[in-house]
Design a protein around this ligand. Structure first.
Ligand SMILES: NC(=O)c1ccc[n+]([C@@H]2O[C@H](COP(=O)([O-])OP(=O)(O)OC[C@H]3O[C@@H](n4cnc5c(N)ncnc54)[C@H](OP(=O)(O)O)[C@@H]3O)[C@@H](O)[C@H]2O)c1
Length: 339
């Protein structure tokens, strides 16, 4: 079977190879999944470059890939034979960029028939990040306010959909003036462009001078620092990305200078957030329940992952290039089998 493999870290164009590898056999409590589609996320490219969380860098050689959809084609001795033929998504089973993936049976989650393969392939990382931060961590309720940066990102757009369904309100930061109308049209209650240097003052006005109670930030740098400075007493900012550091190469842009007096006097919290740490904390049962409820929301249309574009394995390099383009382009999906 074919697998995309890296033997060393480096630029995706240099280190990702398509290889023939032996077919794997599932152990007693495992299933083998014949993969259909797997997305290329910016974080997968960080793994390839060796710049992801150290404890999440695979031992090499390895296949990259952090999620995907496929069909169970073989089961271990402890798994009901009836699962063969089930269409599943994988709950934190790294290494999905291969034609066959071995997964613990309880991490292969059944996909409702109403969901397209394209949507199923991207049901985990970004939808769960958007849901867990807003509904589980901030526990936003109808009428609450959330401040978010990079509102035009995939996660940002999913947060807007969740806000509409759950009734919380959003103050959104975008980096380009042209994006303001687009995010308003997606339901953003307040949209500010950070291209206008008066945005921190506009943000203070938008919170009525009371400060930020709940925020999520994936830009970090000066944007994240400005959000931290405006936290309300006991306010909380979850930092889940560092887009201000282009391709994670500018070390200085990883820094997020916190204005200590504001943090101290408001007894506010600035905390990192990482989906895999959250999933590890929750355990397989709660993680799979959350994923099932997200699949139900995708099936009923209240949550819609971005449009996608399929790439055959011989065009994987084009998929990597596409993954580094803006969020409003289609999400690149690697295609392992046609149906
Ligand atoms: N911690 C976690 O567990 C977790 C989980 C999922 C995602 N993430 C992170 O969350 C971030 C967003 O992910 P995504 O998949 O939603 O990204 P994405 O769809 O690729 O969107 C990124 C968008 O953010 C905007 N952007 C880029 N650099 C920016 C900057 N310096 N300032 C403001 N906006 C900027 C751009 O919008 P325009 O080009 O339209 O201006 C870009 O299209 C990434 O850093 C990703 O690694 C973290």
């Amino acid at each position: 079977m074919k697998a995309l493999i890296i033997e060393r870290n480096g630029d995706p164009s240099e280190v990702v190879r398509c290889c023939d590898v032996p077919e794997p056999t599932p152990g007693p409590a495992e299933v083998r999944v014949k993969m259909l589609l797997a997305p290329v996320h910016p974080s997968d490219l960080h793994v390839i470059r060796g710049r992801f969380a150290r404890h999440r860098q695979p031992e090499l050689p390895a296949s990259p890939g952090s999620e995907g959809v496929g069909i169970i084609d073989s089961v271990g001795s402890d798994v009901p034979r009836a699962r063969v033929g089930e269409r599943v998504v994988l709950l934190d089973v790294p290494g999905t960029w291969r034609e066959q993936v071995i997964s613990p049976a309880d991490r292969a989650i059944s996909v409702p028939t109403a969901i397209s393969d394209e949507d199923a392939a991207q049901a985990l990382i970004n939808p769960m990040t958007a849901w867990a931060m807003t509904m589980c961590e901030h526990q936003l309720e109808r009428g609450d306010w959330l401040v978010q940066s990079a509102a035009g990102s995939t996660v940002g757009r999913l947060v807007l959909q969740i806000a509409k369904a759950q009734g919380f309100r959003t103050i959104n930061l975008v980096r380009r003036d042209e994006q303001v109308a687009e995010i308003q049209a997606l339901g953003g209650d307040v949209v500010l462009s950070t291209a206008d240097e008066r945005w921190p003052e506009q943000l203070a006005n938008a919170t009525g001078g009371n400060g930020i109670v709940s925020a999520i930030d994936c830009v970090a740098g000066r944007t994240g620092a400005a959000l931290a400075r405006q936290l309300a007493p006991n306010g909380r900012l979850l930092v889940y990305g560092a887009l201000s550091s282009h391709r994670q190469t500018d070390q200085a842009a990883f820094e997020m200078p916190i204005f200590a007096p504001a943090l101290v006097y408001s007894a506010a919290e600035v905390r990192g957030w990482f989906i895999f740490s959250w999933l590890a904390r929750k355990g397989v049962n709660e993680g799979s329940q959350t994923l099932r409820s997200l699949l139900d929301r995708i099936a009923d249309g209240s949550l819609k992952p971005p449009a996608a574009h399929r790439y055959r394995l011989d065009r994987a390099q084009e998929a990597f290039t596409a993954a580094e383009r803006a969020a409003h382009d289609a999400k690149p999906l690697l295609m392992f089998a046609e149906r």
